[in-house]
Write a protein that binds this ligand. Structure first.
Ligand SMILES: NC(=O)c1ccc[n+]([C@@H]2O[C@H](COP(=O)([O-])OP(=O)(O)OC[C@H]3O[C@@H](n4cnc5c(N)ncnc54)[C@H](OP(=O)(O)O)[C@@H]3O)[C@@H](O)[C@H]2O)c1
Length: 305
């Protein structure tokens, strides 16, 4: 495994994080094996949300921690709050209630990182600041970040906070690559030139906010993975070709595509299978050539201007 030092924190994080969204589908024994496989391969960040499996993902993780108490100090636990059934809620009351419930489920007295899961149009930023201050003061949360936010949304939230936000978690992969499309299509009259993220990638680099890429293998949460998907034949052919060259799986090549970007993106992988996780970890030892990186990008059907 290789690691990043996260600016404005004392965190040293593995380049891959284990996303725990699908943990709710596993038995206790399966979850424990997956978590220990992650540890064995150097993964030290575990990404949760209060809503994953309606809390069950955190509960299973908490049971594993309870059985293995020495694990807590070795790892970085991150969770998110702000999504409720049918609406978003970043009020002080909800943030505090959600964190207290997550701590209880996770069997821990502190979170290393808390993210606001999605922008809430009705956010009162001073309330978020107040909630963060209370959580930090009570030593319940060490660092804060956001998810699915654009640059101006981060800017306005940051304006109210005494400490820097350290992460922004966004959907990003070779198929879902709006942040890259925007880079190439400046001042060009096509759909790719529509700036849908507020230059978020460059904004994060300027402001030392680390991007975490969620769903690195999914077209979208409803469409499933692009691996072996009939709509992405050329991409899959390239993933196989490059995988054969480096002796890694096509899925690991897809992860290596994200890691090749110089922004030091952390990849939040969501497999539930220890064997697949072991394969994905091999991505950190590969540096794709520029030609391979562009080939993969273009194999999805995109064109350079
Ligand atoms: N911030 C947000 O809004 C947000 C949204 C969604 C997710 N997330 C975070 O991102 C994490 C990852 O999301 P994700 O689970 O969608 O990630 P992913 O790694 O893109 O997808 C994992 C899924 O792909 C399947 N898969 C198929 N072939 C695979 C292969 N060869 N290797 C690995 N997996 C393969 C896995 O099945 P198997 O389990 O059978 O391997 C699993 O169902 C989540 O756990 C969560 O922590 C955040």
């Amino acid at each position: 495994m290789k690691y990043y030092e996260i600016p404005n924190s004392n965190l040293i994080v593995s380049k891959l994080a284990l996303g725990c969204m699908r943990l709710a589908e596993l038995s206790f024994e399966e979850a424990e094996k997956l978590i220990y496989t992650a540890r064995e391969w150097g993964i030290n960040v575990f990404d949760h949300a209060d809503i994953y499996g309606n809390g069950k993902s955190e509960t299973i993780f908490g049971e594993v921690l309870k059985k293995n108490p020495t694990l807590r100090k070795q790892i970085i636990i991150q969770t998110k709050c702000g999504i409720k059934e049918g609406y978003y809620d970043s009020s002080e009351e909800h943030i505090l209630a959600s964190v207290n419930a997550s701590l209880e489920r996770l069997n821990t007295d502190y979170l290393d990182v808390l993210l606001i899961h999605r922008p809430d149009a009705l956010t009162d930023f001073s309330e978020v600041a107040k909630a963060f201050k209370i959580l930090r003061g009570e030593k319940k949360v060490k660092f804060f970040g956001v998810s699915n936010m654009n640059s101006i949304q981060i800017e306005i939230l940051q304006k109210h906070l005494p400490n820097k936000l350290i992460f922004n978690q966004l959907h990003f992969n070779v198929v879902h690559s709006l942040m890259i499309d925007e880079i190439f299509n400046v001042n060009i009259a096509n759909d790719y030139a529509v700036n849908r993220t507020g230059d978020i990638l460059d904004y994060m680099r300027i402001n030392d906010i680390t991007m975490q890429a969620w769903s690195p293998l999914q077209i979208s949460l409803t469409k499933g993975t692009y691996l072996d998907h009939p709509d992405y034949l050329k991409l899959n052919q390239k993933l196989h070709e490059i995988g054969t060259k480096y002796g890694i799986s096509p899925a690991a090549v897809a992860v290596a595509w994200i890691l090749r970007h110089p922004a030091q993106i952390q990849v939040v992988v969501g497999t539930t299978k220890p064997a697949s996780l072991r394969e994905l970890v091999k991505a950190v030892d590969i540096e794709l050539t520029k030609e391979e990186w562009y080939d993969l990008y273009l194999s999805v059907g995109k064109k350079l201007p």
